[in-house]
Design a binder for this molecule. Sequence first.
Ligand code: C2G
Length: 130
Amino acid sequence: PTTVVTFGTFDVFHVGHLRVIQRAASLGDRLIVGVSSDALNAKKKGRAPVFSQGERMEIVASLKPVSSVFLEESLEQKREYLLTHQADVLVMGDDWAGRFDDLGDICEIVYLPRTPAISTTALIEKIADL
Ligand code: C2G
């Protein structure tokens, strides 16, 4: 069986998140998702997520195409995570294109195009303006 692994924050879950998860799942037999920790987000984006890591993991784990979730605590641990979960395919959004090509020795790397015109930041701004 082919194991696909993908990563993300999945904060204020929206249809762009859903579509990348559906497309990632279609590339294999099971999909495992690394959900970024609150601490990793603070470092990466300089703000706390709207939903806590526990809430974000609960939402992603409940999706039909998702077999299991784990906490992603560091961007530098990708190789370790992929080996632990015996990944055959790593899927990332194309905003990360080329960034993880060095992991091509352990699995196939696929960058998928993002859904246009939707983002957590845009949603936060839209809600703030209501
Ligand atoms: N995504 C998408 N279309 C959008 C928004 C997001 O396809 N309009 C995808 C991203 O490309 C990514 C996933 O949804 O594959 C999760 O996006 P984020 O939560 O923004 O993930 P990010 O914070 O980039 O975390 O190890 C890397 C990080 O964990 C990735």
